[in-house]
Design a protein around this ligand. Structure first.
Ligand SMILES: [Zn+2]
Length: 178
């Protein structure tokens, strides 16, 4: 075995170990790193046309928390309405390019409210399966002000125990430009 082969093998074992750990994790908080928070906030400000919007969350799953380090906005081909969002984005395949694991999905509720619909829960279950059955973050961003100038972020974790609402750190309300 060459050094390069050995390196690839070790990398694969590390990835498999990370996925296994993420399957067994029971996170109780979702943390949005500054870059992810800024991009998410900006995305919803830009697409504040009364229709739902969203995308993939990338980062890492730890034993007791999911850390979101970056986001990828949904492709333009998604179906957006005032109450529904059908996202067929290929997020699991983007991990290498983004440099982080696909750990969650976000979408907006232009009319407010942070409660997931039955469709939201079903979508999160499908995304979680596609992410390898890891503990998965479902994030809803509700508009509190006109055109998402104030945004209330609500987070849920779907893991082996089911779906639960969890706190978002560091802040729940994002405020846009005055
Ligand atoms: Zn929803």
């Amino acid at each position: 075995m060459t050094a390069a082969e050995l390196e690839r093998r070790v990398a694969r074992i590390h990835r498999e170990m990370a996925v296994q750990a993420a399957r067994e994790a029971r996170p109780t908080v979702v943390e949005l790193e500054p870059l992810a928070r800024l991009k998410l906030h900006q995305h919803l400000l830009e697409e504040a046309d009364g229709r739902e919007s969203g995308g993939g969350l990338f980062g890492r799953v730890e034993v007791d928390r999911i850390v979101v380090e970056d986001i990828v906005c949904a492709p333009a081909s998604v179906v957006r309405t005032g109450t529904r969002f059908f996202d067929g984005g290929g997020y699991p395949q983007m991990e290498a390019k983004v440099g982080h694991a696909f750990v969650g999905h976000y979408h907006s509720h232009p009319e407010g409210g942070g409660e997931p619909s039955e469709l939201d829960e079903a979508a999160w279950k499908r995304w979680r399966a596609r992410a390898g059955g890891i503990a998965f973050a479902g994030v809803i961003v509700a508009s509190l002000g006109r055109g998402f100038t104030r945004q209330l972020v609500t987070a849920y974790v779907l893991d082996g125990l089911g779906l639960k609402q969890v706190p978002v750190s560091p802040s729940m309300v994002l405020t846009g430009a005055p």
